[in-house]
Design a protein around this ligand. Structure first.
Ligand code: ADP
Ligand code: MG
Length: 370
């Protein structure tokens, strides 16, 4: 277990392309940190620099007290699990697990004991004498996990390890990995984890904290709850949360937000905490906070386009001033709705409205923490 620090870390690839723009990240001892962002934002490049599989152009990687920039991968105290877990096909699971230790000079008996231990933790004891081709995808991924775990690394690196699994298996492996981390942490054995994914659900459910990246920059580092409640910019607001946050363009006029054709009254508290009044503003409200309204209040008019049934809730997709918005309604509210017209009335919950500067993307309405 060790603290991991990235200080002004930079990567310029051979052709002169700058992939990582001087990022700073501090991962605490035993912390589960998720790097998330769209494909191409340099998650893998960052992870590979930590692992020592990619040269560092500028800045430093620190593991514990050491700067490891030029240390070879085998000496950094790390283990890595990839999307393609590539077990040795001709070796039994038992031998696959022990391989790294044996190469590192461990005695046979010592390696065997470690294999038994790891197999027990991952519940793969019955699989030890099988060949990789006799394993299901989920089982093979657990063996790959075991192969990394057996090294007792200070820092555990994952690069989209669940991407090849089907949705159901992915969900159960997600829980398994976080449970394992919690359990090992209790026993004082857990590694510090950096886990890369492009999937916001994986990030939200697994991370102690999440680092959101875009184009080689860090957009925000925070706990899942804070990212959801207090996104610092439009990018994070749109990337985190499902369905995606609604963004409505307009301008601020006193305590009102005016779109082309409609008015949204902002509550006093929100109007007061605006740190700026951008010329071109965007109002953000999550579909869960854009409610079906009744009666003649301040509701917005929108034209209902389509409805998705999700079981206990319903996603309503509508056009508001020509822009698509989504509202999550309870199935009961939807049933009770007057469906004779295609116009619906929507009301953003005043306490859950964000105001962004359209140009810079900054959230100028951040609520106090907590
Ligand atoms: P991610 O893992 O977030 O999808 P990568 O770290 O793989 O992103 O890539 C980040 C950027 O660096 C991309 O634009 C990619 O095309 C570029 N890149 C990755 N590897 C190389 C390389 N070996 N040479 C040049 N550019 C690269
Ligand atoms: Mg990648």
């Amino acid at each position: 277990m060790a603290r991991l620090q990235l200080n002004n870390l930079e990567k310029v690839y051979g052709g002169g392309f700058k992939a990582v723009h001087g990022i700073n990240l501090d991962v605490e001892e035993g912390e589960f940190m998720v790097l998330v962002g769209p494909s191409g934002c340099a998650k893998s490049t960052t992870l590979r620099m930590i692992a020592g599989l990619e040269d560092i152009t500028g800045g430093e990687v620190r593991i514990g007290e050491r700067i490891v920039n030029t240390l070879e991968p085998g000496k950094r105290g790390i283990a890595m699990v990839f999307q393609n877990y590539a077990l040795y096909p001709h070796m039994k699971v038992r031998t696959n697990l022990a391989f790294g230790l044996r190469i590192g000079g461990a005695k046979k008996a010592e390696a065997e004991k470690a294999v038994e231990e790891v197999a027990k933790i991952l519940e793969i004891e019955p699989l030890l004498d099988r060949l990789p081709k006799q394993l299901s995808g989920g089982q093979a991924q657990r063996v790959a996990l075991g192969r990394a775990l057996i090294k007792k690394p200070d820092v555990f690196l994952f690069d989209e390890p669940l991407s090849n699994l089907d949705a159901k298996l992915r969900a159960s492996m997600r829980v398994r990995i976080t449970e394992l981390h919690k359990r090992l942490k209790k026993e004082g054995m857990a590694s510090t984890v950096v886990y890369v994914t492009h999937d916001q659900t994986e990030a939200m459910t697994m991370g102690d904290r999440i680092c959101v990246m875009k184009d080689g920059h860090i957009m925000q580092v925070a706990t899942p709850k804070e990212l959801y409640d207090r996104p610092q910019n439009l990018f994070v607001a749109g990337f985190i949360g499902s369905p995606e946050m609604n963004v409505i363009d307009g301008r601020i006029d006193g305590t009102a937000f005016r779109t082309e054709g409609q008015v949204i009254n902002l509550d006093e508290a929100l109007a007061q905490r605006l740190t700026a009044r951008p010329e071109q503003a965007a109002l953000g409200v999550r579909p869960q906070h854009l409610k079906l309204a009744e009666g003649d209040n301040d509701a917005l008019q929108a034209q209902l386009r389509s409805v998705e049934f999700m079981g206990h809730e319903v996603y309503l997709h509508a056009l508001l001033d020509g822009r698509e918005v989504t509202s999550v309604a309870s199935a009961a509210d939807y049933d009770a709705m007057d469906r004779s017209m295609d116009m619906i009335r929507l009301l953003p919950e005043p306490a859950n409205i964000h105001i962004f500067d359209r140009e810079s993307g900054h959230n100028v309405s951040l609520r106090a923490q907590g």
